[in-house]
Design a protein around this ligand. Structure first.
Ligand SMILES: Cc1ncc(COP(=O)(O)O)c(C=O)c1O
Ligand SMILES: [Zn+2]
Length: 438
């Protein structure tokens, strides 16, 4: 029996392996849809051992039995996927102080991931491993920045030539990373939707394989492992899952873990998805808002706006054409969750607060995820006694301009006479002010 196969979500057609999936252009040969599920033949009960407290995983490959790769020899890894999940008590104290809520708040940091410091490293590792196994040596990626960088990294390790297409406004520091690895970066004049189109044209022109959509098993299956890590580290599934929403791979991946292990009864209820979008490009939040006001009429999930060339402060999460909304909205609804906007200008304040309280540097897309927590508290989306999980996603390693804004203490001086004696604690009130008044 093969280790895994795919099944079309639309018509149920079975696809045996990646060779067939790739040769049919990552579309179901029967119905033409690109929505497939990966199914595994491993005994599902095995997951109970893998998530045991005594386990010490070195990477997401700890969960090899539930990842779509046949041979361990093909693994391309840099220790991704075992990011620390930490309880951040300064946020718990805040929820108590300001809203009188007793919460357990867990943060999935990801910034410690060695390769590129983002949660996209998981997908990069799986994709590079599968390409190696399939003997594929060229790949095309369209991304707003983080996937681009992660894939550039892992593909270089696997000896794969990776052609990467990013929108014009993607952060310049990603470019340095990609270029330094000798992977090709095409900065496309236009927005992410246009970058995707040019990438697809390029892939077609040269007959190359390209990243699939947000349900691409190479990304979905890798990100699914965060649910195993929740169980291993926290010992439970949270009541609420918070993340910045761009295309939606993260939430879909959480759902996939629940689908895979439904019959084991291990996971229980889906967490409520509370998904934040930057207010300068928030088509899914706008569609959701409209649906909510109209009481979710028939076909509500097909009614969403698209925004051309959005001008945003956080380009990494700006998807103006939310093609996955028809699947995302019903998922969020079923979970009892919400999709909403956050103020992008708050990203600097959030990163400053986290740097002060936890002494770690998080990037703007991570801050957008955390802004989702502040906004959810304010909107009353979180109840007393709940367990909250925030997937924050990226370090500030490739957001140097952003970090310059976050930094606030420098002074130019000529002599010691200009230097007041320094006391770090005097900044505490300042970094908290935007949230005390939020
Ligand atoms: C740090 C971070 N958070 C959130 C997202 C949104 O991811 P998705 O909506 O695909 O789950 C991204 C995507 O680039 C990201 O890099
Ligand atoms: Zn089909």
């Amino acid at each position: 029996m093969s280790k895994f196969h795919f099944e079309c979500r639309v018509c149920g057609h079975k696809i045996d392996n990646f060779k067939d999936w790739f040769s049919s252009n990552q579309k179901c040969p029967k119905c033409g849809e690109s929505k497939i599920y990966t199914k595994y033949s491993a005994d599902k009960e095995k997951i109970k051992t893998l998530i045991g407290k005594d386990q010490t995983p070195e990477s997401l490959w700890h969960y090899f039995d539930f990842l779509p790769l046949n041979n361990k020899e093909n693994i391309v890894t840099d220790g991704e996927g075992v990011a620390p999940i930490e309880r951040w008590d300064f946020l718990e104290d805040y929820a108590k102080r300001k809203y009188n809520l007793n919460l357990e708040i867990f943060i999935n940091r990801n910034d410690k991931s060695f390769a590129t410091g983002t949660f996209k490293d998981k997908g990069g590792s799986l994709a590079a491993s599968v390409l190696k196994e399939e003997g594929i040596t060229e790949y095309v990626v369209a991304s707003t920045g983080n996937t681009a960088t992660a894939f550039a990294h892992y593909m270089a390790k696997a000896g794969v030539s990776c052609s990467i297409f990013v929108p014009e406004d993607s952060l310049p520091d990603s470019e340095a990373h990609i270029g330094a690895y000798g992977q090709k970066l095409f900065r496309v004049k236009g927005d992410y939707a246009h970058a995707k189109k040019v990438a697809a044209d390029y892939a077609k022109k040269y007959g190359l394989l390209m990243t699939g959509g947000n349900l691409d098993p190479l990304r979905l299956e890798a990100k699914k492992t965060q649910v195993f890590e929740m169980l291993r580290v926290m010992g439970k599934i949270p009541d609420v899952y918070i993340q910045a929403l761009s295309g939606g791979t993260g939430p879909f991946a959480v759902e996939k873990a629940f689908i895979d292990f439904e019959e084991t009864g291990l996971l229980g209820k889906l967490p409520r998805f509370l998904l934040s979008q930057g207010d300068r490009c928030a088509p899914q939040a706008h569609a959701w808002d409209k649906a909510t006001k109209n009481n979710f009429p028939e076909g509500y999930e097909k009614d969403f706006p698209t925004y051309e060339n959005p001008v945003t402060l956080i380009p990494t999460i700006a998807t103006g054409h939310p093609g996955m909304y028809p699947l995302m909205a019903p998922l969020v609804k079923r979970s009892g969750g919400q999709i909403f906007e956050i103020n992008e200008e708050l990203a600097v304040d959030i990163s400053r607060l986290v740097a002060y309280e936890r002494v770690i540097k998080i990037g703007p897309a991570s801050a957008a995820g955390l802004a989702g927590l502040f906004e959810s508290l304010k909107r009353g989306y979180i109840n007393d006694g709940e367990v909250i999980f925030v997937n924050i996603g990226e370090s500030a390693g490739r957001a140097l301009d952003f970090m310059k804004e976050v930094s606030y203490t420098s002074e130019i001086i000529s002599s010691v006479d200009d230097c007041e004696r320094f006391d770090r604690t005097k900044y505490k009130e300042m970094v908290w002010a935007p949230f005390e008044n939020y």
